[in-house]
Design a protein. Structure first.
Ligand code: PMP
Length: 459
């Protein structure tokens, strides 16, 4: 599509004109960005011709894998027919109607209503406004505070970044906005050491009850959490956690919101993470896997109670030019049909997910500086630790993660470092043979990593 240039030319132009998200511009521009030029299945190619295993499905999103011509065809057809029309002023269009009806079928029972956005962040900000509006209409305007979790990630907009629990994000730009609160994350490895996982799950859920009582139930609008904290390092809660959270929310009349931006559309081997963990939110947000990243689109799903509650208030003064964009909707529908009709999610649940988890534990469990090897479906992680026996983390939290990530990257395997958690979230179409291929590369990288730790005197 673009002019052919050399890698050096692309890098120079990128450095001169392109501002990257979540990046230190000076250091990136000195180093130069890796230029990705094409992709197919689970593989990417860079401008130097290297074939790379994409262990992150782009950014946790390319669930059906790259290079799907049915997606291209759906987009192209829709662009020819109706490339854009809005849904604000008493109009709709077939693409968004068909998508909505299909989503109501694949969503957990009771979720028959969906509002569209262009991203996960917009979904979260939309949800925040909906939750507050819901309580206004219900005659309880004091219920305004949303409770999230430290280390949770809910996007980069003002609302999403405030609700998220990344303190380095709060430190920039005057965040958090008012009426946001946070509780500690259900991270058993760090906080639950001498407890069973199940005991710890109940304790961690109890932190929500404490916080609700502190703020006053009349002031709390909602609790929001990712079924599995993704960008926080794939923190998988104990099985006791979510049902207890749900019980607490019901007890205090607090809306329960799941942020399914990563867990949604098959990542855990179920359509949605809430199904894996056995809880029923009132609202859930989604994006990423909705279109497998082929086009930007997000969504907010509402149960009857919330949909009716909002409708009772008349106009809801909120929307985006591209809410329900026809081309994105057509692509989302093609993606969901593929996930469903090709049995991709079922395969993750019954075959490749369990296989990945077993092999993942075998491969990483053998290293001295790796612990808490974990995963569900096709989302998995391990934590780099200074001392396994005493469960001691590295003192400069995040430093070793970057060293490890860079070794993987140089060896043409993309995994992500979330501080000292190494995480993977590959396309859901990854086969057993490809899992073996990925873990073979990873094993060699880990050997190099542990040698590097020794050489640098970090252990
Ligand atoms: N919520 C969660 C759980 C996410 O993981 C992300 C993105 N990683 C977002 C919200 C924000 O989505 P986006 O980057 O599409 O705005």
């Amino acid at each position: 599509m673009s002019q052919q240039r050399t890698t050096a030319e692309w890098r120079a132009l990128d450095a001169a004109h392109h501002v990257h998200p979540f990046s230190d511009a000076h250091s990136l521009n000195r180093q130069g960005a890796r230029v990705m030029t094409r992709a197919d299945g689970i593989y990417l190619w860079d401008s130097d011709g290297n074939k790379i295993i994409d262990g992150m499905a782009g950014l946790w999103c390319v669930n059906i894998g790259y290079g799907r011509h049915d997606m291209t065809a759906a987009a192209s057809r829709q662009m020819d027919e109706l490339p854009f029309y809005n849904t604000f002023f008493k109009t709709t269009h077939p693409a968004v109607v068909e998508l909505s009806a299909l989503l109501a079928k694949v969503a957990p029972e009771g979720f028959n209503h969906v509002f569209y956005t262009n991203s996960g962040s917009e979904s979260v900000d939309t949800m925040i406004r909906m939750v507050r509006r819901y309580w206004d209409v219900a005659g309880k305007p004091s219920k305004k505070t949303l409770i999230g979790r430290w280390n949770g990630y809910h996007g980069s907009t003002m609302g999403g970044a405030s609700l998220g629990g990344m303190d380095y994000m709060h430190a920039q730009g005057g965040l958090p906005i008012p009426d946001m609160a946070h509780i500690e994350q259900p991270w058993w490895y760090k906080f639950g050491k001498d407890m069973s996982r199940d005991e710890f799950g109940l304790l961690a859920a109890g932190w929500l009850e404490d916080r609700i009582l502190e703020i006053g139930p009349d002031n709390v609008a909602a609790f929001v959490g990712e079924p599995i904290q993704g960008a926080g390092g794939v923190i998988i809660p104990p099985d006791t956690y979510w049902p207890e959270i749900e019980r607490i929310c019901r007890k205090y009349d607090v809306l329960l919101v799941a942020d399914e931006v990563i867990c949604g559309f098959g990542r855990t081997g179920e359509w949605f993470g809430q199904q894996r963990f056995g809880f029923r939110p009132d609202i859930f947000t989604a994006a990423k896997g909705l279109t497998s990243g082929y086009l930007p689109m997000g969504a907010v799903f509402l149960n009857e109670k919330v949909a009716e509650g909002l409708a009772a208030g008349g106009d809801f003064n909120h929307g985006f030019t591209y809410s329900g964009h026809p081309v994105a909707a057509a692509v989302a529908r093609a993606n969901i049909l593929a996930l469903r009709d090709e049995g991709i999610i079922d395969r993750v649940r019954h075959d490749t997910g369990p296989y990945m988890q077993e092999r993942w534990r075998q491969v990483f469990g053998q290293f001295d500086h790796v612990d808490d090897v974990r995963g569900v479906g096709l989302i998995q992680a391990f934590t780099l630790v200074k001392d396994k026996a005493t469960r001691t983390l590295f003192p400069n939290w995040g430093e070793t993660g970057l060293i490890c990530r860079d070794i993987f990257f140089r060896n043409n395997l993309i995994m992500r470092a979330c501080a000292d958690h190494m995480v993977a979230s590959p396309p859901l179409v990854m086969t057993r043979a490809q899992i073996d291929e990925m873990l073979g590369v990873a094993e060699r990288c880990m050997t190099e990593f542990e040698e590097t730790l020794l050489r640098r005197g970090l252990v």
